[in-house]
Design a protein around this ligand. Structure first.
Ligand SMILES: Cc1cc2nc3c(=O)[nH]c(=O)nc-3n(C[C@H](O)[C@H](O)[C@H](O)COP(=O)(O)O)c2cc1C
Length: 204
């Protein structure tokens, strides 16, 4: 009983401290976030199953909360769950490489990030941070993900531009940043490769 009361008091103190610092997080949340950041890996094998739409929406929401230069929110996300469009994007992507296998590794969902080059001079950095949020949020929600490149080249093609125009997106302003593929991991989850030496230089 006494132990329970002490534990309850300790958790109250912790919550109050966090409220005082103006931050809405506690020790458990911080540890989970750190763990997610350290354990996210690029997944290159997926099942066909499309994750629930609410989960995909939450991942997109995390993308929209990425920091952006002067808060101009230059990036946009095109969330593709439609198989036909997903396959078309895969084909356009493969064409850039001159390959004919699926560069999306069978992932059923693609979140394409593009950025408005006229909105902020930081459009490329902004778009990359959105990509980072999407990849980490996918992992936090238990999904596999991977950055697949060549969104720039794909949306420079006539077929790519037509996809944008169909959505009412100005194809003269938006440039592709990356494709975040999503789905349930098939097979083993990849291990992180060792970090290089001298990644971090300290000036204390
Ligand atoms: C800008 C960028 C482009 C990438 N393009 C591809 C790609 O086209 N295909 C792919 O399989 N992985 C791609 N990746 C994933 C990297 O290969 C991967 O992040 C890297 O090998 C480290 O592995 P990890 O993400 O599991 O830590 C890309 C990553 C970044 C950041």
């Amino acid at each position: 009983m006494l132990v329970t009361i002490v534990m309850l008091m300790a958790s109250c103190v912790s919550i109050v401290n966090n409220e005082n610092s103006g931050e809405n997080k506690n020790e458990t949340t911080m540890n989970t976030t750190m763990n997610d950041l350290l354990t996210r890996r690029s997944v290159r094998s997926y099942t066909d199953e499309v994750p629930p739409i609410e989960v995909i929406e939450e991942i997109c929401k995390a993308g929209t909360y990425a920091p952006t230069g002067m808060n101009k929110q230059a990036p946009i996300i095109i969330a593709v769950t439609n198989r036909e469009v997903r396959d078309k994007m895969s084909k356009l992507n493969a064409d850039v490489l001159g390959m004919d296998n699926d560069p999306f590794y069978g992932a059923p969902v693609v979140l394409v990030v593009l950025a408005d080059t006229t909105a902020a001079f930081t459009w490329k950095e902004d778009g990359s941070l959105v990509m980072g949020n999407l990849l980490n949020a996918a992992h936090a929600k238990g999904l596999g993900s991977c950055w697949i490149h060549r969104a720039k080249e794909v949306f420079e093609t006539e077929e790519g531009k037509a996809i944008l125009r169909d959505l009412g997106i100005d194809d003269t302003k938006y440039v592709g940043i990356g494709n975040c593929i999503l789905g349930y991991t098939a097979g083993d989850y990849p291990e992180a490769r060792p970090r290089k030496e001298n990644y971090v230089y300290w000036i204390k």
